[in-house]
Design a protein around this ligand. Structure first.
Ligand code: PGA
Length: 247
């Protein structure tokens, strides 16, 4: 299973270093059995890379530029992230879509930029509360997935598409979909992927209020390849409880 910690903008670099340093052995232990990815702020990546260099714990970024280089003040390129030891990058997190107005077209450009490096995109999709209440979850997800599936047909690497399904209404709210609802949505996502490209390899992750309390019900959903964990990843013991559920 793959467990992705999304620190968002919740930790300054000294705090992120302190969290990893204090629990380094613990993270290493988790990474013996599972794929553990830490998505920290861009400014802390280099320090964390040094700390994690001799471990199996991977580094992730939370965002990247649509361009590989250029006069783009304030942007961070995929090439630069790769040079900092990053192996994964979130693309299209709902906070970026909603608060920074990232469009589907920009997200595709980010995937293309990442494809010029060895960084694997973690493509985030999720319906809003409105979509959910109006029974429009599936069209919303299909709309977000369509272009990336078309794009991946042309990619030799990575062959595998990582999709993180995060209902927007579940992020940071303590609410999670019921297991039967989530199973249905996962099945619909799988069917859509297969209908667009039957050869596409993929992994399905869930995100949104994952905690030691909610993990049990989410874990019933199959196929579930991993989790994208926000708030609960800021407390190592809580993060460990979620991962340990799968031992
Ligand atoms: P949460 O965040 O676990 O705090 O709900 C998940 C995410 O935004 O990736």
């Amino acid at each position: 299973m793959i467990f992705i910690a999304n620190f968002k903008m919740m930790l300054t670099t000294p705090k992120a270093i302190a969290l990893i340093k204090a629990n380094l052995e613990g993270y290493k232990g988790l990474a013996q059995k599972h794929n553990i990815v830490i998505c920290s702020s861009a400014t802390s990546l280099t320090s964390l890379q040094e700390l994690l260099a001799q471990t199996k714990v991977c580094l992730g970024a939370q965002n990247c530029s649509t361009a590989l280089s250029g006069a783009l003040t304030g942007e961070i390129s995929a090439a630069d992230l790769a040079a900092c030891g990053v192996s994964y990058c979130l693309v299209g997190h709902s906070e970026r879509r909603a608060l920074f107005h990232e469009t589907g077209e920009e997200l595709i450009k980010k995937c293309i930029a990442l494809n010029q490096t060895t960084i694997q995109p973690i493509f985030c999709i999720g319906e809003t509360l409105n979509d959910y209440q109006e029974g429009k979850t599936l069209p919303a997800l299909e709309n977000q997935l369509y272009s990336v599936l078309e794009l991946f047909k042309n990619f030799a690497y990575p062959q595998e598409l990582l999709v993180a399904y995060e209902p927007v209404w579940a992020i940071g709210t303590g609410l999670v979909p019921k297991a039967n609802e989530l199973s249905k949505t996962f099945e619909q996502i799988e069917n859509f992927i297969k209908s667009k490209n039957s050869n596409q390899q993929y992994k399905l992750l869930y995100g949104g209020s994952v905690s030691s309390k909610t993990v049990e019900s989410i874990a019933q959903v199959k196929p579930l390849d991993g989790f994208l964990i926000g708030g609960a990843s800021l407390d190592f013991q809580e993060f460990k409880k979620i991962v340990d559920y799968f031992h």
